[in-house]
Design a protein around this ligand. Structure first.
Ligand code: HEM
Length: 266
């Protein structure tokens, strides 16, 4: 039976992964706090404190966390399938770091520097939230020579910043090598690269999003060979929305890459 890759599948996979990761993070947090001698009546009180103090509802966090990450998995897979040289380099790295007799473990992730470059380059070309969260100054101010009157709603167009030839040479080319110098991170300090935003409203889910993305992609790419269906017309146009998704869902066909089928059962 031929199974196809589809973003909705990743979405459900992701919701399940996130439940697990959220539980783990939650218990780590409880552990850290109890080690520091702080007592909380129940775990749920701690959750309430976290959510209320941050002024986010649980549904805000689920929406912000799932759609962005699943959309990114689809974009990265699409870019890799569209670039055979990149696919070969990613697979070479996976073979070297993990091998086809193992499945991906968390301890492998920091060694996948080329895959990290591929993810960052995909973030550059396809930032899931291209306009960030609106800003609105309390007082009139000047930014970059422009006067911004008090109460103006300001949209920061990260999509345009990421494709500006003043910031990037050959900006429309997919070149993961741009990011393989250890100089780029997601902290929003370099205004040329802001996939998670910047400043006070920067995404609070960066460590989780980054780790899940690398873990899922490394698992998908180390466990399977991926091919496009014959006669499938490949395109990378996007559709603007709360999260900018691929206009046409990616369809890809996996086949076995691991040496032993029992590894898929773990
Ligand atoms: C690929 C993954 C993700 C991307 C690309 C992403 C991107 C972003 C961006 C661009 C913003 C707006 C930042 C700004 O305007 O400066 C944001 C906000 C936010 N993100 Fe993420 N995010 C991701 C994953 C996550 C995860 C995993 C969580 C939670 C576990 C999360 C929770 C949030 C929340 C709660 C906000 C609102 C922050 C606020 O209003 O101050 N995100 N995200």
């Amino acid at each position: 039976m031929v199974r196809t890759f589809h973003q909705d599948h990743v979405f459900f996979l992701l919701v399940n992964c996130q439940k697990i990761v959220a539980k783990i993070s939650f218990f780590i947090l409880v552990g850290i706090m109890s080690e520091n001698g702080q007592n909380f009546p129940t775990k749920f009180v701690l959750w309430e404190i976290l959510v209320r103090n941050c002024r986010f509802s649980s549904s805000d966090i689920i929406l912000a966390a799932t759609d962005t990450t699943s959309t990114m998995v689809e974009w990265v897979m699409a870019e890799i399938l569209n670039n055979p040289v990149v696919m070969r380099k990613v697979q070479d790295e996976l073979t070297q770091v993990i091998g086809t007799t193992n499945i991906v473990e968390e301890s492998h992730l920091h060694k996948l520097t080329y895959l990290d470059g591929v993810i960052k380059e995909t973030f550059r070309l396809h930032p899931p939230l291209p306009l960030l969260i609106q800003r609105c100054p309390d007082e009139s101010c000047k930014v970059g020579g422009y006067t911004i009157p008090k109460d103006t709603v300001v949209y920061i167009n990260v999509w345009a910043i990421h494709r500006d030839p003043k910031n990037w040479s050959n900006p429309l080319e997919f070149k993961p090598e741009r990011f393989i110098n250890g100089k780029w991170d997601y902290n929003g300090n370099n205004v040329k690269f802001l996939p998670f935003g910047s400043g006070r409203r920067i995404c609070p889910g960066i460590p989780l999003g980054d780790k899940m993305l690398t873990y899922m992609l490394a698992s998908l790419l180390n466990s399977f060979e991926w091919n496009l269906p014959k006669d499938e017309e490949f395109e990378t146009s996007d559709e603007f929305g709360f999260v900018t998704k691929k206009k046409k869902s990616l369809v890809a066909i996996p086949s076995q890459r691991l040496s032993d089928t029992s590894l898929y059962m773990r």
